[in-house]
Design a protein around this ligand. Sequence first.
Ligand SMILES: C[S@@+](CC[C@H](N)C(=O)[O-])C[C@H]1O[C@@H](n2cnc3c(N)ncnc32)[C@H](O)[C@@H]1O
Length: 242
Amino acid sequence: MPDVAGEKGLQLNEQTLSMRLERVAAQVPAGARLADIGSDHAYLPVALLRRGAIAAAVAGEVALTPFSAAQRTVRDNGLEQQVSVRLANGLAAIEPADGISAISICGMGGETIRDILDSGKAHLNGQERLILQPNGGEQPVRLWLMENGYRILCEEILRENRFDYEIIVAERAGPVTYSAEQLYFGPLQMQARSPAFLAKWQSILRRKQQTLANFARARHAVPEAKVQQVARQARWITELLA
Ligand SMILES: C[S@@+](CC[C@H](N)C(=O)[O-])C[C@H]1O[C@@H](n2cnc3c(N)ncnc32)[C@H](O)[C@@H]1O
């Protein structure tokens, strides 16, 4: 993650969030009880508590070093009563008594976020707002949301340190259907066609076209299914940008 220092070398911490985490923070409802899964230094929940924006938080971490870092941030800010830091895998950090109303899972691959949601379903009460910020692999996240009755309420793309980040906000709403293209591009992004969205897909199209050219030149045959998949994606993107 290019997140050690922000633009212009700004030191990022619980007072100065990256632009990416600021955009995530903006999606957390006022007064929420937030579970931040994969919290690392717990900058997001601590920043929100320092601002009085949320009521309480759980910071979940699966790895010992970031878990200790999260404990330190919470202790340094005197927020031990409001933030529970827990060493746990995924949503296992959440206990029913926490009364969690929003869950953030940020800064990981989309497949990891999908796996965390899927293996932790038993810890969801269905009322939480999910605020997900995958680093790539958005399609599997959207597919999981659709298959589990979550409607996408907001989608955002932002560029920071030459990376494109997506934020997907969803709430449980009963059956919802998205087309294959909507799952790939994001249903709301496709409608809004923001400059950041179009720039992202222009750059992905160039990479897909390069991949197809490499496939054609490859000495060993690339499986036909793989070629077809990339060709289909390149066609979708070309149509999107037309
Ligand atoms: C790159 S950091 C992102 C930190 C922060 N969420 C952010 O967006 O800046 C990813 C963190 O997720 C944690 N993580 C990965 N898989 C996890 C899981 N299954 N449960 C809890 N934490 C996990 C990692 O240990 C790491 O600290």
